[in-house]
Write a protein that binds this ligand. Structure first.
Ligand code: LMR
Length: 312
């Protein structure tokens, strides 16, 4: 049919759904920005008991928006009800997901410390395939694209293949060594166009690393719709595939690629196809990058040790 909305709905869980990111995220999902404008969705919204009323208001607003793709809303403070049969989980609740989610549920951790939270979730949800557990660094990736776009006065859509390596924290390494810009005269490297390695190696890096803190300082609360929007980008590219010739950054389970200790959730450049990500291989890493990639890995190793010491 012209409006092809015949597909089975996908059930998406958003935890902390009455919070700032959740409030920005659920209408995006209901509009098709996460899974495509032909894909019906059922939303499961979870929050804690003190937020139950606000959560119910989110459900009321979803109903009031008359979203054509929205086939159902469950707003609940019951973790089991929230996790039952979910296909995609944003933010997440390990033990209940383990028992009640669909067996191939894809999980995106947003709450900080996002990488290490993803690792802990993996511990408590061992039946979910490890490749299905990811954390959000697409926000940082998009921030890096935005900074290059502003600097060069080009459209953000013409900039691609930046990389966020490592932790979603101030030790992350935004790398432009493989990034390009599409121009009238063909594809150019970002380094060549910016023509200022000093800026790229210092101010650019720290601006992206500190962007979350800068938003908090100005807004007096964390970035919300940019986080929600990049969460949609993350899931959409994961499920529907990355555009040809383009990679994105995702926090994924390290297999040892680029000398990153296996068993960390580390942000890598990835391409996605048919619902599976794979780490882009064979990129040249210079000494400057190596040191920064190792420093952020070190921080993740420390976070992991701390997390496990608390669990034991
Ligand atoms: C962000 O990157 O905007 C957030 O992770 C910052 C924060 O600490 O909430």
């Amino acid at each position: 049919s012209f409006l092809d909305v015949e597909e089975d709905p996908v059930t998406v869980l958003v935890t902390g759904a009455a919070g700032q990111i959740g409030y920005a995220l659920v209408p995006m999902i209901a509009r098709g920005e996460m899974l495509g404008t032909n894909q019906p969705v059922i939303l499961h919204l979870l929050d804690i008991e003190p937020a139950a009323e606000a959560l119910n208001a989110v459900k009321m607003e979803l109903i009031d928006s008359a979203f054509p793709l929205l086939k159902g809303v469950v707003a609940t403070t019951n973790v089991v009800e929230a996790c039952t049969d979910v296909d995609i989980a944003i933010m997440a609740q390990a033990a209940a997901l383990e028992q009640h989610a669909s067996s191939n549920c894809k999980v995106l951790l947003v709450a900080n410390p996002a990488n290490t939270n993803a690792l802990i979730l993996k511990e408590f949800a061992p039946s979910i395939p490890e490749d299905n557990i990811t954390c959000l660094t697409r926000l940082d990736h998009n921030r890096a694209l935005g900074q290059i776009s502003e600097r060069l006065n080009v459209h953000v859509n013409d900039v691609k293949n930046v990389i966020i390596w490592g932790n979603h924290s101030s030790t992350q390494y935004p790398d432009v060594n493989h990034a390009t810009v599409s121009t009238d005269k063909g594809t150019k490297s970002v380094r060549e166009l910016v023509n200022n390695d000093q800026w790229l190696n210092t101010e650019f890096v720290t601006t992206v690393q500190q962007r979350g803190a800068a938003i908090i300082k100005s807004r007096k609360s964390s970035s919300a719709f940019s986080a929600a929007s990049s969460a949609c980008d993350h899931i959409r590219d994961w499920v529907l595939g990355t555009p040809k010739g383009t990679w994105v950054s995702m926090g994924v389970y390290s297999d040892g690629s680029y000398g990153v200790q296996p068993g960390l959730i580390y942000s890598f450049p990835v391409t996605c196809e048919k619902g599976e990500w794979s780490i882009v291989q064979g990129l040249k890493i210079d000494e400057f990058s190596r040191a920064k990639m190792d420093a952020t890995a070190e921080e993740l190793i420390e976070e992991k040790a701390l997390a496990y010491s608390c669990l034991n």
